[in-house]
Design a protein around this ligand. Structure first.
Ligand SMILES: C[S@@+](CC[C@H](N)C(=O)[O-])C[C@H]1O[C@@H](n2cnc3c(N)ncnc32)[C@H](O)[C@@H]1O
Length: 231
């Protein structure tokens, strides 16, 4: 793990000071994964590349410093925790619908001394009731198809802010299918960036969506409606 992180962090222009907290996080992740379903990736080099460096690659695309960020469906903390470790001036809300994952993240933040996070148990579409247009940036990886994800995330973002959806490189159709949802919710695709995860040959994609206008008050709808009739 240490070698991949050293090479990968260097490639991303990030400090090797991040290695210690990332290793501490990895140890907690692998240990807790024995009793709780957190991740299918536990081999140290793969945790370093497929989790940490994949998430940290976002720092090359967007400036997170001083930003108020929400990570929608953070699960075991991706991409939110690696971003919080790499960008201490960002204020990162880790949001997930599963209480036990949020409990794990609270332990991680406490034991690794990560002070710039808030761990929140809740569904994004319900969290939006009290946190509408509150964040500069929303991030999300592996949570839902883009039309549904847009309805979870865009209401939370301030006008002018950014939604960064991590997707597979073969997501062209999914992006096209989200066009009308984005128009309805006040979003616009600004760029689609394919990147290689450092130390691998694996390509991933970041879809950068700008919030160009306010989301109409009637969105987000209740989860059952979002699922039954995605925009
Ligand atoms: C497959 S996991 C991905 C976790 C993490 N983002 C990653 O890339 O490893 C999806 C997570 O999204 C959460 N989730 C799904 N829908 C959600 C919603 N509407 N609001 C909040 N969390 C949600 C689930 O509880 C689950 O932890």
């Amino acid at each position: 793990m240490e070698k991949s992180l050293t090479v990968g962090l260097h490639e991303l222009g990030l400090s090797t000071d991040l290695i210690t907290p990332l290793q501490q996080y990895a140890a907690l992740l692998v240990e807790q994964n024995k009793v709780m379903n957190l991740t299918g990736i536990t081999e140290p080099k793969e945790v370093a590349t497929l989790h940490f460096l994949d998430c940290l690659a976002l720092t090359k695309l967007v400036d997170f410093s001083e930003k108020n960020v929400v990570d929608v469906g953070t699960g075991a903390g991706f991409p939110g925790i690696p971003l919080a470790i790499a960008v201490p001036t960002a204020d990162i809300t880790l949001l997930d619908a599963l209480q036990k994952r949020i409990g794990f993240l609270q332990t991680v933040c406490q034991q690794v001394n990560i002070e710039n996070t808030t761990c929140v148990h809740g569904r994004a579409e319900e969290f939006a009731k009290d946190h509408r247009a509150s964040f500069d940036i929303a991030t999300s990886r592996a949570v839902a198809s883009l039309p549904m994800l847009a309805e979870f995330s865009l209401p939370l973002i301030k006008e002018g802010g950014l939604f960064l959806a991590m997707k597979a490189v073969d997501s062209d159709e999914e992006i096209s299918a989200a066009k009308s949802a984005l128009e309805t919710l006040g979003g616009q695709v600004e760029s689609v960036v394919d990147y290689t995860i450092p130390c691998t040959q694996i390509r991933h994609r970041a879809v950068l969506i700008r919030k160009v206008s306010q989301t109409p008050e009637k969105y987000p709808r209740a989860f059952a409606k979002i699922k039954k009739t995605p925009l």
